[in-house]
Every structure is written in C-alpha cells, then in structure tokens.
Design a protein around this ligand. Structure first.
Ligand code: 8Y4
Length: 260
C-alpha cells in the first residue's frame, strides 16, 4: 500500500503533492514501483494536529481520487475517520476504507456495512491531538488485541462481512517506543484474530528514535528493515512511502519463504 498524503502539513512529504498534477505523478510512480493499493488521506493524524472539516478534507481528496480513477483501476483506500468523507470517497471511486479511528464516528460501521468494501480498523489510544501525552498500558499487546476484538465484534454486529475486515495495531498512535517495539515483536499474536493484518511503520519516529534520532528523510533503510520483518512475520499489507525499495524487500522475503 503506497501512501499519498494530501495534507499541507505532513512533515514527511510536506505539501509536495498538494497539486493534482503532482499527486498523479506520484501515484503513477508508486504503481510502476509495485504498489497494489494507494492510500489517499487529507486529514492529518500527526500528534497534536488540528481538526479538518468534511468540506476541506473532501476538497483535498475527491479530485485526486477521480483523477487516479481516470488513469488506473488500482484499488484506492480512503484514509479518513469521517463517515461523510468515506461516503463521498467511495462514490468517487475509492474501494476501501482505512480508518485510524476504527469506524467509531457516528454511522461509520453502518455505512461500511452498506458499502460492502474492505475496512482497515486500527488501534489508537486517545485521539490524534492527545495520543502522545504519556500513553500507558499494563500489557500493550493484550490491550491492543482486546480493542481490535471489540471493534471486529462491532463491525460484525453492524453487518460488515468478516472477509472485509483488516486489522492494524496502530504503530505510533498513543504508544511509546517501548510499546511500539513490543507490539512489533509480538505481531504473531494478531494472527489469532483471524483477519488480514496491516502494518504501518514507514518513516515513523520509532525508527528515528532507535537510529539515534534520524530525521524522517534518514529513515529509509530502517523502514525497509521493519517492512521486511513485518512481512516475515506474516503481515499482509504494508503501508509505505518507499514503494520501490519495499517491493524489492518483499520479493526477497517471498522467495525465501517459498524455498524448501
Ligand atoms: C513520518 C511519516 C512520521 C509518517 C510519521 C508518519 C497509519 C495509518 C497513518 C498506520 C493505518 C504516519 C493513516 C501516520 N499511520 N493507517 N495512517 N496504519 N492503517 N505518520 O499505521 O504515517 S498516518
């Protein structure tokens, strides 16, 4: 899953893809590099980020979803927590919902059931504004697992098909470095939930911190290493900025997995 960030304040690709033209060039590159899904988001989930209105978010993402649809039939995932944005994005050609808030907005589970599209439900402690204010867990793996189990239940009760549910432990969302590393080490625990697993660690601060405070543009090797480890531990979808490098790592990972 290649990331297309349409927020003006993203510190990783800071406003570079604001214009539709640049966005399409970036998407074309990611497709050529081996992306199988494009994740499009217009709502910043950076720690401390301010809220964006439905209209503002739609103005950022809808024209780009339509433009991608004109050049390719690659699955588009809409990265949003807002029910109204999900609705408009799917009508405009997106085919999957990626919600860091795990479909807890009013009407979101019902809408996802009605739309009958794959949904990624992610764990987050707190909200994007407050999540990095001293996150606390007794047992991070068990608590994240319990949260995802509860959200899977809520999805099933609303009529979402089990085969449409993807789970994600939510690296960096209300977690310290120690929490992130523990979750990563125990990725196999999430297999018990019997849903495909999505992992998003690309260029995140957990990599920067381990690598002596490397900046976002110094996190490529670290990102590919963690992507490889995640794939080796049976993650099904990797949300990444660096598609070409990650696709190469995955080819090698797969070749070794398939060896006798
Ligand atoms: C550098 C680059 C530093 C990026 C931080 C970041 C996930 C996600 C995000 C994730 C799923 C991000 C939308 C945060 N992370 N969706 N979204 N899983 N499903 N930060 O881990 O990339 S945005």
């Amino acid at each position: 899953m290649g990331i297309l960030n349409l927020t003006p304040d993203s510190f990783s690709d800071g406003g570079l893809f604001l214009k539709k033209d640049n966005a399409i060039k970036h998407v074309t590159q990611m497709i050529n590099d081996g992306a199988q899904i494009i994740d499009i988001g217009g709502e910043s989930t950076r720690p401390g980020a301010s809220d964006v209105s439905v209209d503002e978010e739609c103005q950022r993402v809808i024209p780009v979803i339509e433009a991608v649809r004109e050049i390719s039939d690659i699955p588009i995932s809409i990265d949003t927590s807002k029910t109204d944005v999900m609705q408009q994005a799917i009508s405009s050609g997106a085919s999957m919902i990626n919600d860091v808030n795990a479909l807890r907005d009013d009407g979101a589970v019902e809408l996802a059931a009605e739309l009958d599209v794959p949904v990624c439900i992610m764990h987050m402690q707190g909200s994007p504004r407050t999540m990095q204010h001293t996150p606390v867990y007794k047992d991070v793996v068990q608590e994240v697992k319990a949260f995802l189990e509860e959200r899977i239940d809520a999805c099933l009760k609303a009529g979402i098909k089990r085969s449409n549910i993807i789970i994600d432990p939510g690296f960096g969302f209300g977690k310290t470095l120690e929490h992130n590393l523990s979750l990563f080490k125990h990725l196999d625990e999430f297999e018990k939930l019997d849903c495909p697993l999505l992992v998003g660690v690309s260029r995140k601060s957990m990599i920067g911190t381990v690598l002596n405070n490397a900046s976002a543009d110094e996190r490529l090797n670290g990102s590919v290493v963690l992507a490889t480890l995640a794939a080796w531990n049976n993650a099904n979808i990797l949300r990444v900025h660096d598609v070409k490098e990650t696709a190469e790592a995955l080819k090698l990972c797969q070749a070794v997995k398939e060896a006798k």
